[in-house]
Ligand binder design. Sequence first.
Ligand code: CP
Ligand code: NVA
Length: 301
Amino acid sequence: MKHLLKMLDLSTEEIIEILDLADQLKYELKHGIPHPHLKGKSLGMIFQKASTRTRVSFETGMYQLGGHPLFLSANDLQIGRGEPVQDTARVLSRYLDGIMIRTFEQKEVEDLAEYGSIPIINGLTDFCHPCQILADLMTIREFKTDFAGLKMCFIGDGNNMANSLIVGCLKVGMAVSIACPDDYQPDKEVLDFAVQYGDKFQMTNQPLEAAKDADVVITDVWASMGQEGEAEKRRKAFHGYQINDDVMAQAHADAMVLHCLPAHREEEITTKVFEAHANEIFEEAENRLHAQKAVMVKLMA
Ligand code: CP
Ligand code: NVA
């Protein structure tokens, strides 16, 4: 494993290795056991979009690993004034030991990896959000012990979260069901991948049908970063695609609820369901730190 660009690139074994290391790093942090695996190393963090969790967890995680994180706002970099990503990659490779990038196009992340010579970590693109899904899988395993026999249901926009969850959950052996409006389905590349899992993958436009017997119910915002101009149109399109009591009544009684955050209460999830599952959702947010530290150790140590 040289980079973390998308879940499609990871084998099941690589995912499990990252989760195992993340569990260990979480244990060590909680017990005051130092783990300076990246002493003397630097991580550049390029942000073309806003972030709370990704920025703070990467920055703190790098510090906890003994390394040095650099926050690089795209507005301040020459990349924001049109310097090609190919040149940026080759320059930054001479200063840094790794780059985390949050941007719009997946191609920009793939180009950084192609032209640079250091590990590239995708901190979210319009196509996928692998760091988030690794934290989600870590949280699911923490609460449910094992992936075997579990069903994950995602309701809402077939966006970067849906794309990554479908791939990640199928790869670790879970069944997956997706409910999204017909015009907002996941990416074709992801659907083509999912088809090979036969009836372990289901897609419908009926949220109640998708939630039936689910062990984990997940949603995400209806308008992602960069889609703010379409917010009203999307609010109409996603009417009915909300995680609420009716949806939860279809799921198993002990089903978990996850949300990558930020959440819009009373849009994609009711306040009641959100608060009833706040312990799971905020553990998920915490696990971003541990899962990403594991990724950085695997790629950069
Ligand atoms: N879930 C997530 O990636 O949060 P941020 O946008 O705050 O980084
Ligand atoms: N789908 C959301 C996820 C935010 C973490 C977005 O891209 O804005």
